[in-house]
Design a protein around this ligand. Structure first.
Ligand code: 4AD
Ligand code: MG
Length: 443
């Protein structure tokens, strides 16, 4: 029977067999220390010359990194034993090599990020990358768990779509027989049809944006969860968002303590994630940014923080705002002109819309974009015309407002940005198993 590394604590003093790969190795006289990883963790396996036959000891001394193997030994609890989660090691009784690996391109030395990205198919085995992708899986599981438990139905939305929903400048166009189609930028418009059948829904899948920007926050393919709620105002939506985000963070803290430790992420920075999150209006945020700009003595920073009412926030604006809070902060009421066509304007003040971005702390910035949706079909049609969108493609969408329309709201949360924040990593590319970027489609 095979035991997994995460189960070693249940087998102290017993002989167990691990199946895995050699992650690293050192030797000292009559001892070889093998770090073996099996997908669930890393465990130290100690080979004492006296305990094994000559051939096994020689094999262990020369085995290349990433060779596949099975190893059998007695489990010992030892606080000092390195590994993930660590604290247990194997005194090896026998070792069987399944395949002796060729010289592995990724060694302990420093590599450039482009080299590592070219070798992403191998790099994901490294402990840091493994830890990040583990957190990603937890985040995705937590999203589904919270939504399922709170009465949301997962309804899949199409990836091949006839029209834009989040601006026309970042569409991926694909041939569709004699016609053309676009890869979905969002599932939202379809979610809005689905709420009239199920009332609370979400879609969760890959989304595509032909972003011509090389920033640490942009991928061309990313995963987004999009809940949509009938009979829901913007204020009610924000409560859903802060509960969901808090649940995700608390779940990661609980289930991925050893991964976060491996990443050097201080759990104290995440521990106080609980509702309510602070809220600030766009108007007040602009005023705050002007104050920060005036107070800054750094000429470059002054330039970056430059803002006038009506401008969308750039990364420097978001970063500066998040430094003012130790929790994520909602910015509400953006200018309608910088947001998507479907956002409900404020009554009596149509130049701002019932929108909210949720900005993650420590400079991470926007992880969620959401809004209340326009209910009035005439206004919706006007917005579609104003933005030069093809009316025919939105016929069905406008029609939703004619058969029992209700106030409704929804949001989209980017998985990679959320994972990057929770893990405390610099760039979203490491939060995706095989990231797609402006200059990267390989491997
Ligand atoms: O703010 P966005 O564009 O909102 C929408 O797509 C709405 N239709 C969502 C809705 O209301 N149902 O995108 C939502 C989130 C962002 O906050 C960000 O986390 C992520 O998706 N995102 C990206 N992540 C990585 N790379 C990109 N290029 C991203 N663009 C958006
Ligand atoms: Mg947005």
């Amino acid at each position: 029977m095979v035991t997994r590394i995460t189960e070693l604590s249940e087998h102290i003093g017993e002989s167990v067999t691990l199946q895995g790969w050699l992650y690293a190795r050192t030797d000292k006289g009559k001892l070889v220390f093998m770090q073996v990883r099996d997908g669930t963790g890393i465990a130290q396996c100690v080979i004492f010359k006296r305990d094994v036959d000559e051939a096994t000891f020689e094999t262990a001394l020369r085995l290349p990194q990433e060779s596949s193997l099975t190893v059998t030994g007695i489990v010992r609890a030892d606080q000092r034993a390195p590994g993930v989660p660590g604290g247990y090691e194997l005194s090896v009784q026998s070792l069987q090599v399944i395949q002796k690996a060729e010289e592995y391109p990724i060694g302990p030395k420093e590599h450039g990020v482009e080299f590592l990205m070219d070798n992403r198919h191998l790099w994901i085995r490294s402990s840091r990358q493994w830890a990040i992708l583990h957190v990603r899986a937890t985040v995705m599981r937590a999203i589904r768990a919270w939504l399922d438990r709170n009465g949301y139905i997962e309804v899949s939305t199409p990836i091949l779509t006839p029209a834009a929903a989040e601006g026309t400048t970042n569409l991926f166009e694909v041939g569709y027989f004699d016609d053309r189609a676009y890869l979905a930028q969002t599932g939202q418009l379809y979610n809005e049809a689905d709420i009239f059948a199920f009332s609370r829904v979400y879609c969760f899948g890959p989304t595509f944006r032909a972003e011509k920007s090389k920033t640490r926050r942009h991928l061309t393919e990313f995963w987004m969860v999009e809940p949509e709620v009938a009979f829901c105002t913007l204020e009610q939506l924000l409560e859903v968002e802060e509960q969901l985000v808090s649940y995700i963070v608390q779940t990661a803290l609980k289930e991925n303590a050893s991964e976060l430790k491996l990443l050097g992420r201080d759990p104290a920075k995440l521990a106080n994630m609980a509702p309510p999150f602070p809220r600030i209006t766009y108007d007040d945020a602009v005023a705050k940014l002007k104050e920060l700009q005036a107070a800054s003595s750094d000429a470059e920073q002054k330039q970056l923080l430059d803002i006038t009412w009506g401008m969308d926030f750039g990364a420097p604006h978001e970063s500066a705002l998040t430094q003012l809070y130790d929790k994520p902060v909602f910015v509400t009421g953006f200018p309608s002109a910088v947001k998507a066509f479907y956002m409900e304007p404020y009554p009596g003040r149509p130049e701002v819309c019932k929108s909210a971005d949720l900005l993650a702390p420590e400079g991470y910035g926007e992880i969620i974009g959401g809004s209340e949706r326009i209910s009035d079909p005439d206004l919706l049609l006007k917005r579609i015309h104003d933005q030069n969108l093809p009316e025919a493609a939105y016929k069905w969408y406008i029609e939703l407002r004619q058969y029992g329309s209700v106030p409704h709201s929804g949001f989209g949360m980017g998985v990679e940005r959320t994972v990057a924040w929770i893990c405390g990593i610099e760039h979203v590319r490491e939060a995706s198993p095989f990231p797609r970027l402006l200059n990267r489609l390989y491997p």
